[in-house]
Design a protein around this ligand. Structure first.
Ligand SMILES: CC(C)(COP(=O)(O)OP(=O)(O)OC[C@H]1O[C@@H](n2cnc3c(N)ncnc32)[C@H](O)[C@@H]1OP(=O)(O)O)[C@@H](O)C(=O)NCCC(=O)NCCS
Length: 181
């Protein structure tokens, strides 16, 4: 993807644009100034109990973007720049992983699927990246559907793979999806 709508910031190994216009969905680099919306609208981690913690989290994400370690986007709608969700891309050698969340009142509008699909395609278009993958809780069919709609294929069940603190302190089974080239 190239053009004026895609401003690219380069890192040594992998790069992602800071802004992506996907029509009904807008992705832009998440900033510390988004922390309030992140905390009040869609943050799902039990570890974030205050806006201050969300500020620290967003600041860390800014540092990780600059270091090329993780690229976190705010998801918004064209008519409103406020973020209603976030999606992160995490490069790891020759593959990338993804995480995403949306505010409940924006579910079902296709935002997560559009965002993930665009970023999967951008990731796999980079010479060093061969695999784009993500996982979801085995009891999160909406997230599994998002990965399918992004063109990823179900690879299998990761048993006791991930702790979802809001659900249980015990590691839970997850479903892995990927797209490769
Ligand atoms: C998962 C999540 C990101 C989806 O965001 P979204 O913007 O609503 O996703 P989309 O609108 O792009 O697509 C959702 C799809 O799931 C489907 N879906 C929703 N609930 C479902 C359910 N209970 N069972 C099966 N499919 C379901 C929708 O119908 C839609 O598919 P369709 O377009 O074929 O009808 C959002 O629900 C969320 O933030 N959940 C909490 C955090 C989370 O689970 N993050 C993912 C961690 S892996």
């Amino acid at each position: 993807m190239t053009g004026p709508l895609h401003r690219t910031r380069r890192t040594s190994e992998i790069s992602f644009p800071e802004f992506l216009d996907l029509g009904s969905t807008i992705l832009r680099r998440q900033r510390v100034s988004d922390a309030d919306a992140v905390f009040t609208r869609f943050l799902t981690f039990k570890t974030h109990r205050s806006v201050d913690e969300a500020v620290a989290f967003c600041a860390l994400m800014e540092q990780r973007w600059d270091a090329g370690l993780e690229f976190t986007y705010a998801i918004s709608e064209p008519e409103d720049a406020s973020p209603y969700g976030a999606v992160s891309v995490r490069p790891d050698n020759f593959h990338v992983g993804f995480g995403y969340a949306m505010a409940r009142d924006r579910w079902g509008r296709g935002h997560a699927s559009r965002a993930l699909k665009a970023l999967v395609e951008l990731a796999l278009a980079q010479p060093g990246i061969w695999r784009a993958w993500a996982f979801c809780d085995a009891e999160n069919p909406a997230s599994a559907r998002v990965m399918e709609k992004a063109g990823m294929i179900y690879e299998g069940r990761l048993r006791r793979w991930h702790v979802a603190p809001n659900v249980s302190p015990d590691p839970r089974d997850c479903l892995a999806y990927a797209k490769v080239r």
